[in-house]
Design a protein around this ligand. Structure first.
Ligand SMILES: [Zn+2]
Length: 111
């Protein structure tokens, strides 16, 4: 029985559809696995910029404006479309910064 469970754990359970080919590491602490996307308020206005992927355990800062988990953003295609559309509706997202973060995320995960 134990051998069967070990077989399942090592051959099946750990390989269940990982979100990424390679686990991205937090851009803030450079240590823990990233699970969240964070955007920061511009010093000069309502623009949300400086987007980073983060572990969710790093301390928040007063200039943090938006954050959401990979589990929410990538839950399914509809969730991704809805969250991106909501960011556009807000009218404050610096898309250049957001897409630069997505390109770094793609590289970090072997895209
Ligand atoms: Zn971190």
């Amino acid at each position: 029985m134990v051998e069967a469970l070990n077989y399942l754990a090592s051959n099946i359970l750990v390989d269940v559809d990982p979100m990424f080919k390679k686990q991205p590491i937090c851009e803030l602490c450079d240590q823990k696995p990233a699970t969240t996307i964070v955007g920061y308020r511009s010093a000069t206005g309502p623009t949300v910029s400086g987007w980073k992927y983060a572990c969710g355990s790093c301390p928040t800062t007063p200039d943090e404006a938006k954050s959401f988990g990979f589990d929410d953003l990538f839950a399914n295609p509809s969730a991704t479309v809805s969250m991106l559309a909501n960011l556009e509706d807000a009218g404050t997202t610096d898309w250049h910064s957001f897409m630069a973060m997505m390109q770094r995320l793609r590289s970090a995960t072997n895209g």
